[in-house]
Design a protein around this ligand. Structure first.
Ligand code: PA5
Length: 431
């Protein structure tokens, strides 16, 4: 995998870190890594064991081979953001509009929010005769997911009858417990497991992420190989691994330099949803007990014409993390024209990828010169292997940062109160 982390511009700049800062936290960082490697959380096991690759790929092949026209992935939060990030990063931006060989699987739709406008739109375009539904909930009873599922189930039962519906439905859930497990047994649905020891936002390399990726013909083996390389490197390098060092860097920027906003700004449209995935990972894992920094997603160059003004001259409360892509999957030459007009003619002869990467570098330099701390994650290319590596690296970084803050990165008690009120108002028994 070709993924690197560069924190130089967190140190050299005014308001950034000094050498002693990192040294001060090193013993705790070492302790955190030793703890993580001594008793690895479930998500770190997945890339090496590949325990869910075969079942996900073979079910995906069955779905693709069945002549499926549409695949509706129903889930929210950690049960949706990873698959959405993978789809946006690695499939054609207009994937659903491609035809013939160019589209390697059925059209893909995500039913995440409970917004009826979105769900109606899915039902408007999905062909009930060829639709598969994958309902994904680890707990087995998330209100948003179950409501979306019940609507889609009704749509499929109406079109295909109960037998037809059952043959086209996958339940991705905890194999040991929960209402979705009970439904899957009652209706004899196909089931893929979300292991008990892997939390939602750490589950992209379980069937949660692997099945939808494989349904669109992506190479989940390469994604797992990239993630496995990351685990190997963290095992070898321990606190010296750059993603691990990054945990300390971001922790220090928040707690010692007051930079309590972490912006992830990929210079590639395809990575916009990766930032959304990361925002959830960082926010839900670390925002506890009055601690944590606020993650935010932006996209370069687009947000140079929007948020970068704030990043350059607004409050000194941010770390900007640029995600740079060396080789873009496509490039276009910019034709020469209007050469007599100095404000336009200079563009001809360059390429679009060149312009994108020059702008990326220019923003980094401008931020640095303005004393605005920034870091860079560089990907050789946006491909399965690098994405797998990056998922794993950011998950490890988040888990270690949780340790540095002294919070449990794997729970989310703060989301329960709103759920309780909803259950009560919607009439769920016992609430
Ligand atoms: O990361 C998490 O644990 C959450 O964001 C969950 O993924 C989200 O609440 C959905 O949960 P479930 O998969 O149980 O429906």
């Amino acid at each position: 995998a070709e993924v690197t982390f560069d924190y130089e511009n967190l140190q050299g700049v005014e308001g950034g870190l000094e050498d002693g800062d990192l040294d001060g936290v090193r013993p705790r960082l070492k302790e955190a890594v030793d703890g993580l490697l001594g008793d690895p959380p479930g998500f770190m096991r997945l890339p090496k064991t590949r325990e869910y690759a075969e079942s996900s790929v073979s079910l995906a092949e069955e779905i693709r081979g069945s002549g499926a026209t549409d695949f509706v992935h129903v889930g929210i939060g950690g049960s949706a953001l990873g698959p959405m990030a993978v789809h946006r990063a690695l499939n054609h931006p207009y994937y659903n509009m491609l035809s013939g060989e160019a589209r390697r699987g059925p059209r893909v739709h995500f039913a995440e929010n409970t917004d009826p406008a979105t769900l109606s739109a899915v039902l408007d375009v999905a062909d009930p005769g060829g639709t598969w539904v994958n309902v994904v909930t680890k707990s087995g009873s998330t209100a948003e997911t179950m409501a979306n599922f019940l609507v889609i189930r009704g749509f499929l039962v109406d079109a295909l009858g109960s037998f037809g519906y059952q043959g086209r439905t996958v339940a991705t859930t905890d194999p040991e417990k929960g209402f979705l497990k009970e439904i899957s047994e009652r209706e004899d649905l196909r089931v893929l497991p979300i292991p008990a020891d892997v939390g939602g936002r750490f589950s992209v390399l379980t069937p949660v992420g692997l099945l939808p990726a494989a349904v669109t013909g992506l190479d989940v083996g390469a994604m797992l190989a990239g993630a496995a390389q990351c685990v190997d490197e963290v095992q070898e390098q321990g606190p010296e691994h750059q993603a691990v060092v990054g945990a300390a860097m971001h922790y220090l920027m928040d707690t010692q330099r007051g930079r309590n906003v972490r912006v992830m700004m990929p210079y590639a449209d395809s990575l916009e949803r990766l930032a959304a995935w990361f925002v959830q990972l960082w926010a839900e894992s670390l925002g506890k007990e009055g601690k944590g920094s606020t993650p935010h997603g932006a996209v370069g160059t687009t947000d140079q014409h929007s948020q970068v003004q704030l990043y350059m001259e607004g409050p000194q409360d941010k770390v900007i993390e640029i995600v740079e892509v060396e080789d873009h999957p496509k490039d276009l030459s910019i034709p020469k024209a209007y050469e007599d007009l100095e404000g336009v003619g200079y563009l001809g002869g360059h390429t679009m990828a060149e312009l994108l990467n020059v702008e990326c570098d220019a923003t980094r330099k401008a931020l640095t010169e303005a004393g605005r701390p920034n870091s860079t994650i560089k990907l050789g290319a946006v491909n399965e292997e690098n994405l797998g590596y990056l998922f794993q690296a950011l998950e490890i970084q988040t888990a270690i940062t949780g340790d540095l803050y002294g919070v449990n990165a794997f729970d989310q008690p703060g989301v329960e109160a709103g759920k309780e009120i909803t259950y009560k108002r919607m009439g769920r028994p016992g609430h």
